[in-house]
Design a protein around this ligand. Structure first.
Ligand SMILES: [Zn+2]
Length: 431
């Protein structure tokens, strides 16, 4: 009976009905998104796709032929890409530009990001018992970290470096299917909250309403899930904001604290450890303790370092300088030095601007730049994913603190920092 009625529907009518039924069958939280998406037939799409504003593109044949429950799952999947801001987060990671173009040098990372996003969506839908097509992908059981796209992405990249073919990122020709690494395509850059689609397409207004943000919409959806007793479901967890993922402040404070430590007391110095280890005397530098305490910060901005993180790091450094009465020298690097200088309030925007680079990673030029200052740095704080040259170069400071993120925060670093370094994992999953 139902199937006969459905067969008379157009693809878009069928999709709308599926979206409404999500809310009846799986909980009222789905209303939040069903009210913010629109549909467009697009035969050039293999099955379904979505843009960052909430316009869902459907291959008409696919949308008519797919079993109805799986159409519900497909639409729920696409909705989650939007509400979880997978497009915007890829911009933040430096994978795409705000208008959706791949960032040069990061083209190969984009399919990995799309797989990472699908790894987080599909288990949440499966847990909610929302049917999905059989070909969707689920996380590799070897991945034991938090199911958020950024840490999954770092893990997939580390697996790729090791040569492990994990994740099923390559799907042959054409666009990957939804749920199998489909990602989010760039929508109309002119689309404004509350606007309908392009004239002649018959779209209702879609996307954010005026004054809304997706973070807030996700919070509304989470609250709706909570109201029906699904507040601790994987879906509700997934909807929590994943923003302050790295505890920069803790590591930066540690650097400033170490710079205040008087000689030879609380800590064995870097040079002493190297003597004990029997290495050459190259690390013993006379006259360490004269002058004002200074801290060097070295930030690896290759690949996965986001610009908003640089901004947070610089803010924390500035506040540390004020609190501790200390000077701080900052070097940002890829495989070369991208920015270097003593940090003052006036530099902040210049530094962030200079940090849009991506590319290889090498520590040696960055440490050489610190050494050029001929300053007795009490501590050097190095933020890196540790995927760097081996062995680690000589450290131009008394003490090395490694703020390790990415894979290094989840397991053993890719390259082992030198003996005596303090490694602080600073990738903090949001519970
Ligand atoms: Zn997807």
């Amino acid at each position: 009976m139902a199937s006969k009625a459905l067969s008379t529907k157009t693809p878009i009518e069928r999709a709308r009905a599926a979206a409404r039924a999500l809310a009846w069958e799986f909980g009222s939280q789905w209303y939040v998104m069903a009210a913010r998406v629109a549909y467009r037939e697009d035969p050039s799409v293999e099955s379904a796709a979505v843009d960052q504003h909430g316009l869902i593109y459907l291959n008409p044949k696919f949308a008519i032929e797919i079993p109805y429950p799986e159409l519900q799952g497909t639409i729920a999947h696409e909705m989650l890409h939007v509400i979880l801001r997978h497009f915007e987060r890829a911009v933040t990671l430096g994978l795409i530009t705000p208008d959706g173009k791949p960032v040069p040098g990061r083209e190969a990372d984009l399919p990995i990001w799309n797989v990472a996003c699908d790894w987080t969506i599909n288990p949440a839908l499966r847990n909610a018992k929302i049917p999905l097509p059989s070909w969707v992908i689920y996380p590799d059981p070897r991945y034991t970290g938090v199911l958020q796209a950024e840490p999954v992405f770092h893990w997939l990249k580390s697996q790729q470096k090791k040569g492990g073919g994990s994740g099923g990122g390559s799907k042959g020709q054409g666009e990957p299917k939804p749920g199998a690494g489909c990602g989010v395509r760039a929508g109309d850059p002119e689309h404004k909250p509350g606007q309908p689609g392009q004239a002649g397409q018959g779209d209702k207004p879609y996307g954010l309403k005026p004054g809304e943000s997706w973070i807030q919409v996700a919070a509304d959806m989470r609250a709706a899930a909570q109201a029906i007793g699904q507040g601790s479901s994987p879906l509700a967890h997934l909807l929590q904001p994943y923003r302050a993922t790295i505890d920069w402040a803790r590591v930066i404070r540690r650097g400033f604290n170490l710079a205040q430590v008087r000689p030879g007391r609380e800590f064995p110095t870097y040079s002493r450890i190297s003597r004990r280890a029997g290495s050459a005397d190259t690390l013993i530098r006379p006259g360490w303790f004269a002058g004002a305490p200074s801290v060097a910060f070295v930030v690896d901005i290759s690949g996965s370092m986001a610009r908003e993180w640089i901004s947070q790091i610089v803010s924390e450094i500035l506040s540390g300088c004020a609190t501790f009465g200390t000077r701080a020298f900052l070097v940002t690097h890829t495989d070369q030095v991208e920015w270097a200088g003593w940090v003052t309030q006036a530099d902040k925007s210049k530094i962030v601007e200079a940090c849009g680079h991506s590319g290889g990673t090498a520590i040696t030029p960055a440490y050489a730049r610190v050494a050029e200052e001929k300053t007795r740095f009490q501590a050097l704080v190095h933020f890196t994913d540790c995927e760097v040259e081996s062995p680690w170069p000589d450290v131009p400071a008394k003490k090395l603190i490694v703020g390790a993120y990415g894979r290094a925060a989840d397991g053993s670093p890719y390259s082992e920092p030198p003996y005596g370094a303090e490694v602080i994992p600073c990738h903090v999953p949001v519970e």
